[in-house]
Design a binder for this molecule. Structure first.
Ligand SMILES: [Zn+2]
Ligand SMILES: [Zn+2]
Length: 297
């Protein structure tokens, strides 16, 4: 599915457009049933700039399909920058089947929350413990750089930076705002807001963003039952979109127990509160033409 934004025209895919692609939109656990429309792979979002810089937000099971697609590309991409919101399995499982790890031309930077680069590497060594998985880090051919981040700015190059801030989730998770030229996408997943109001830090970081991708695991009716589980309702997403004055809202981290029809109803309900809303569907692409990126606003 192609979605052109902010122009809805079906005009040809332009070269040099910025692209956002959803490789996995499901939360908590991958599913294989009920997945024709929204998909069953877990959290993984590609942000590809018009300069062909590559940012991946989380590496849930959707990362496998991204990797298989990347190695078929005729591009010269060598650097893959992966930002992890946190380390829960549904956000890292794709690492196990990420083909570029076995190809020596790739330089894979994995940015994770923590206090030191070694801390991140240690987590992945534990993840690849031979009791649970047959491949260890020394068997991977790509150059893997484990990099830590804490709240603040990470500059990838002159045109591209990521701003992060912590938010509420069991064990903590992080909001990631990717800024490229004048465009921004803000990724907020595995996020529980305080019960009486929205997290002001997230409103601030998402302010005016072009695209807000936000955890919509529950309906408002389900929220009281799942207090403390670390997620949001679609209604909190629309409230945040309004308060932060975002341009487009993408509902994300779908509950593995929600059927397609339920997710379609959630999308409709959310659109009644914030018109420019979509539910993330696996394979969905959002393009922003270069002339829009370069337009003087
Ligand atoms: Zn999750
Ligand atoms: Zn989580």
């Amino acid at each position: 599915m192609d979605i052109f934004y902010p122009y809805e025209s079906k005009s040809k895919k332009l070269m040099n457009t910025l692209k956002i692609k959803i490789w996995g939109s499901r939360g908590s656990f991958p599913i294989t049933e009920l997945n024709e429309s929204f998909g069953g792979e877990t959290s993984c979002v590609e942000v590809r700039t018009s300069d062909n810089d590559l940012i991946l937000l989380d590496m849930g099971t959707g990362l496998r399909n991204f990797g298989n697609s990347l190695i078929k590309e005729k591009s010269n991409i060598k650097d893959i920058n992966i930002f992890l919101s946190h380390y829960h399995y549904d956000h890292i499982l794709g690492f196990l089947m990420f083909v570029p790890l076995f190809i020596d031309k790739f330089n894979i930077n994995i940015y994770g929350p923590g206090k030191s680069d070694d801390e991140i590497k240690t987590k992945f060594e534990a993840f690849l413990n031979p009791s649970f998985w047959p491949v260890d880090i020394d068997m991977l051919n790509a150059k893997i750089n484990f990099k830590h981040y804490s709240s603040g700015k990470i500059k990838i190059n002159e045109n591209l930076q990521i701003i992060t801030c912590k938010h509420g989730h069991p064990g903590g998770a992080n909001t990631l705002r990717v800024e490229f030229d004048r465009f921004s996408v803000t990724y907020v997943t595995d996020c529980e807001h305080p019960s009486s109001h929205l997290n002001q830090n997230i409103i601030d970081i998402a302010k005016g963003t072009d695209i807000l991708i936000h955890d919509a695991q529950y309906t408002p009716e389900q929220m009281p039952k799942y207090k403390g589980w670390g997620h949001s309702s679609w209604e909190q997403c629309t409230d945040l979109a309004l308060q932060a004055q975002v341009k487009k809202l993408v509902l994300f981290h779908h509950n593995p127990d929600h059927s397609n029809s339920m997710l379609e109803k959630i999308e409709k309900d959310a659109q009644s509160k914030f018109t420019n809303t979509l539910s993330a569907r696996e394979g969905m692409e959002i393009f922003i033409p270069k002339e829009v990126l370069e337009a003087v606003i």
